[in-house]
Ligand binder design. Sequence first.
Ligand SMILES: O=C(CO)COP(=O)(O)O
Length: 248
Amino acid sequence: MNNNKRKPLVAGNWKMNGNRSLVTAFNDAFENNAVDNVDVVICPPALYLSAFSTQAFALGGQDVSHLDNGAHTGDLSADMLCELGCKYAIVGHSERRDDHGESNSLVAEKAKKSIASGLTPIICVGESLDIRESGQVESFIGEQLDALVNGLTVEELSKSVLAYEPVWAIGTGKTASPEQAQDVHEFIRGYFAKVDAELAQGLRILYGGSVKADNAKTLFAQQDVDGGLIGGASLKTEDFISICQAAN
Ligand SMILES: O=C(CO)COP(=O)(O)O
């Protein structure tokens, strides 16, 4: 693991996968395999949240509304997630941005609402292959970050976690190389350093995109990589536990 003072965090995003027996498997596996010195989070489909019984990891929502309550069919509020025991909520995942047209400013509103309710938002940013191939990674991610800095105070940002998830690496088996990941993480930390040096130093920035048990350690060893946001490999207890241990 890198030698900075930020506590590593590994979050599993089950997406629209899993069932009650997977919940049971995770309850059992984590009771028997402690992961030390790493904050571990599972973000299952929300209707399974109440089926978890272990205290070995925290729970998170995969998305959250920017609104308090009301006539918004299918949406879940931050308070509801809190009531079901969540400590975190993923916001701005590229699948939400693509499937539901979520804008940078909406993502910032969701992060703000999460913090107001006591949740830690895991705010996702990342570029498509087109953007990368046209050499616009930093300007594209810079715009995603601009919306956060415009919408959230430094104090709110310091209660957030960032996740860099290159869209071309999600579910494709094409992981960013450790150098590619480090380059963007360094850019993100540098961006926040211009806002507030202490904020940037303490901000946890996770990498997500085809993280597996066999590549996690080298990714997590990068100076500015503080853990991971894991999709496919978070659906298997053994793989996910190995990835969590690689962050220690
Ligand atoms: O989108 C992701 C996590 O949020 C990454 O998914 P994969 O690990 O399946 O590539």
